[in-house]
Design a protein around this ligand. Structure first.
Ligand SMILES: N[C@@H](CCC(=O)N[C@@H](CS)C(=O)NCC(=O)O)C(=O)O
Length: 212
């Protein structure tokens, strides 16, 4: 059975949501952030050398990196239904979205988090970080015009990656004037599988409608 190493308040929530959508059997090993540093417990390094979450185990296979995990689960347990086939015209656009979340979109948010800890010393970087966050969000906002999900009417593997970006943007008040993105988050957060995943995962304050 698939085992998900799940850290509270983290990206691994996207993996739980995917597994619930797929109806796959899985178990969760819960890990809790240090209350002060917010770091993952050192024990996670025994599962994977980076000591980050998500990590999954499936038999002898151990996979880190959420895009790789989403790709693996969608291909194996979703019979490819969430990924346009390699000869489909949408295949590479989907690949781009699948990797955009962790490859580019998250970076300015993380910079904001770390630079924010420098206080006044980090202030000169603020405008560039802010404009890069807006760059990412404006791109997503435009891509979602007239679409329920990133590839159109139906969920795809990339949505499981992008939801975390949309949720952290919403939690920092950046979706107020981005109706396509805020509609996207609301649409996803009311899905029964998403709600089941929230219950299974425990604390996740990026969900605007917790545990309903
Ligand atoms: N790009 C990686 C990022 C993994 C990552 O940084 N996970 C965070 C949780 S959101 C983590 O484990 N943080 C705890 C720590 O760094 O100690 C992925 O998408 O899986």
């Amino acid at each position: 059975m698939i085992k998900v190493h799940h850290l509270n308040e983290s990206r691994s929530q996207r993996i739980l949501w995917l597994l619930e959508e797929l109806g796959a059997e899985y178990e969760i090993q819960h890990w809790t952030r240090d209350a002060e540093t917010r770091f993952a417990p050192a024990g996670l390094k025994a599962i994977h050398p980076l000591g980050k979450s998500p990590v999954i185990e499936d038999g002898d296979l151990v996979i880190a990196e959420s895009a790789a995990i989403v790709d693996y689960l969608a291909q194996l347990y979703g019979q490819g239904a969430l990924i346009p086939k390699t000869d489909h015209p949408d295949h590479w656009a989907h690949q781009q979205w699948l990797h955009f979340a962790e490859g580019s979109a998250i970076l300015p948010f993380l910079l904001g988090l770390y630079v924010g800890k420098l206080g006044e010393a980090g202030a000169p970087l603020g405008p560039r970080i802010n404009s890069e966050i807006n760059n990412v969000l404006d791109y997503l906002e435009a891509a979602l015009e007239g679409r329920d999900f990133i590839m159109g009417d139906d969920l795809s593997a990339a949505d499981f990656m992008l939801i975390f970006i949309a949720e952290i943007a919403q939690s920092s008040g950046r979706l107020k004037e981005r109706p396509n993105l805020s509609g996207y988050v609301a649409r996803i957060q009311k899905r029964p599988a998403y709600i089941r995943a929230l219950k299974a995962g425990g604390p996740y304050s990026f969900a605007a409608t917790p545990s309903n």
